[in-house]
Design a protein around this ligand. Sequence first.
Ligand SMILES: Cc1cc2nc3c(=O)[nH]c(=O)nc-3n(C[C@H](O)[C@H](O)[C@H](O)COP(=O)(O)O)c2cc1C
Length: 213
Amino acid sequence: MHSDLDDDAGETDADLAGLVLALIGSRHSVAPKRLLSPGPDAAQLQQMVDAAACAPDHRGLRPWRLIRIADHQRGALADLFEACLRDRAADHAPPVSDTDVAKSREKAHRAPVLLLAVLKAAPDDPEVPIIERAVTLGAALMNLLLAAHGLGFGAMLTSGRAVRSARFARALALADDEQAVCFVSIGTASQARRSARGGAADYLTEWSGGPGT
Ligand SMILES: Cc1cc2nc3c(=O)[nH]c(=O)nc-3n(C[C@H](O)[C@H](O)[C@H](O)COP(=O)(O)O)c2cc1C
């Protein structure tokens, strides 16, 4: 049986699909130095993190968290970036230049909202290897980026060598089973940038094999 209600539902589904595909297709990263004030307010940031929490999560382990680097902590983050740079340069000559130091420090002050994404290996569960937990974090970050885009903000994921250092993990008080993965910078995009992308043909193949040996 066919009713007007079905027609309405069909239109709604089509509208939703169009919206979702338009949102995904129009999202592009915006470099942190091009992310200006205003950033998202507390309610908007919460919406973004709520969207992140919708990511697929095998056995519901919640294998990630986000640490916000507030404005008053940006100076401390600059000190940390500088210390990480000096650690890396310790064994090399010539020593770091003032320009290198200024560049590393400046990165701490970009974008009105700055989050650090952390991957958690705990709780232990042999059914969910770390690669699956990383997939959950990736999906969560994608949701967050899309929510930011939908709310009218630019955003970008960035990492760098400091993030992967032992000093950084200690300074952020990460647990032994936690790993800093990347920063998430969010703000008002001052300039759009479009990166080259592939399409379905670059990623999708058909399996034509058998049971294997
Ligand atoms: C975990 C992670 C860390 C990243 N770190 C950096 C980075 O440090 N510097 C950078 O230029 N791009 C980095 N990228 C890539 C950008 O975030 C972005 O995805 C890429 O420039 C493509 O742009 P698009 O998002 O507009 O397609 C990172 C991506 C991921 C997933």
